[in-house]
Design a protein around this ligand. Structure first.
Ligand SMILES: NC(=O)c1ccc[n+]([C@@H]2O[C@H](COP(=O)([O-])OP(=O)(O)OC[C@H]3O[C@@H](n4cnc5c(N)ncnc54)[C@H](O)[C@@H]3O)[C@@H](O)[C@H]2O)c1
Length: 339
């Protein structure tokens, strides 16, 4: 059993990981500034697990507050989710992205160094592969940023690897997520985007809930079987379980390990739309729009390393992802009405 600090622990992936870690018997502490998470998340986590998670309402860029967090109790490892993640916004406001993602990570790493916490699991992204030349993508593929968000992930990966190389950290897992979707089957936690969703699944859910007229599919003339973009969708509970496996491995391992987290199967946008219709019985109106600059035609993982490195592979199906996303969408609408 380990004591683990989750930065960004109230967010989409952090909250699901908090549930999974608790199920494995670990002590979990959340740190979040709630800039992109509801303050009701800790209460919802308690409803799911029966556990009161300690919460630090702290910005990772606040050095004094970060030092106090680490002085208050010892941690065996940190899982670092806290970041800004919208590609379009990162191009509009690069300084803000460098500040939160890069400078924020620097503060976190400094506070960890002072406290002698040497193990980190980091939320990286398949975006570090840029526009991939070949699929499936292995961890050895060339790294390339095509936008500011991707650049910050590459810089953060490099900072963490350099600290391991110079002995300031003992072990780091750089987890490169493909496309996390779905929600906890309780429907009590899920992805809760503010404003217009930038990702396909939350947008699809809002169309299904008739909050939006239709879905726009960006391009149907890609070199893929039906012309729409192909991505590697991954259930967030599978992703949460991968974090448990990675952090447990990190506790007994040295060095830096970059590991893909995906299913290894690509589905097109149209396949996802049809799977969603099958899972929910709801018709999704859609229109075809122009391609978006920078979108790769196809992107899916070679997930073999995660299996050999820490015994993880994804189990849940595309139907599970659609059903649980929709359940969360319906439940959260009800919870909002009651509030
Ligand atoms: N969701 C995806 O599709 C995806 C894909 C690849 C990588 N990632 C990465 O995974 C991580 C988690 O993503 P998510 O989807 O759960 O996002 P999210 O926005 O739901 O979670 C991030 C959390 O960090 C918090 N946060 C942001 N800035 C902070 C700050 N300065 N101090 C403290 N807390 C702060 C937010 O309030 C939020 O709760 C991010 O690093 C993201 O870049 C996400």
């Amino acid at each position: 059993m380990a004591r683990i600090l989750l930065t960004g622990g109230a967010g989409f992936i952090g909250s699901h990981t908090a549930v999974a870690l608790q199920g494995r018997g670990h002590d979990v502490v959340l740190l979040d500034n709630f800039s992109n998470a509801s303050r009701s998340v800790p209460a919802r986590l308690k409803e799911i697990t029966g556990v009161d998670y300690p919460v630090h309402d702290v910005d990772i860029r606040d050095m004094d507050a970060m030092q106090r967090v680490f002085a208050a109790e010892p941690y065996d490892a940190v899982i670092h989710f806290a970041a800004l993640k919208a590609v379009g916004e990162s191009e509009e406001n690069p300084l803000h992205y460098f500040d939160v993602n890069v400078a924020g990570t620097l503060k976190l790493l400094t506070a960890m160094r002072h406290a002698g916490v040497g193990r980190i699991v980091f939320s990286s992204s398949a975006t570090v592969y840029g526009a991939p030349e070949h699929c499936p993508i292995a961890e050895s593929a060339p790294l390339h940023a095509t936008n500011i968000y991707g650049r910050t992930k590459l810089i953060m990966e490099d900072m963490i690897s350099d600290l391991v190389r110079t002995g300031m950290l003992s072990s780091a897992f750089l987890l490169r997520y493909f496309n996390p979707v779905g929600a906890h089957p309780s429907g009590l936690i899920g992805e809760d985007p503010r404003g217009v969703p930038a990702n396909l699944m939350p947008y699809l859910c809002q169309v299904a809930a008739r909050q939006r007229d239709h879905l726009t599919i960006f391009g149907d003339d890609y070199p893929t079987p039906d012309g729409t973009g192909v991505r590697d969708y991954l259930h967030v509970m599978d992703l949460a379980e991968a974090h448990c496996a990675a952090v447990e491995k990190a506790l007994g391992t040295e060095g830096t390990h970059a590991v893909n987290l995906g299913t290894g199967t690509g589905y097109s946008v149209l396949e996802l739309v049809h799977a969603f219709e099958n899972a929910t019985g709801i018709n999704i109106p859609y229109q075809i729009g122009p391609r978006r600059p920078g979108d790769a035609p196809t992107c899916y993982a070679n997930p073999a390393l995660a299996r050999t490195m820490f015994g993880w592979s994804a189990k849940r199906t595309l139907l599970d992802m659609c059903r649980d996303s929709w359940h969360w969408q319906s439940m959260s609408a009800k919870i909002r009405q009651q509030a």
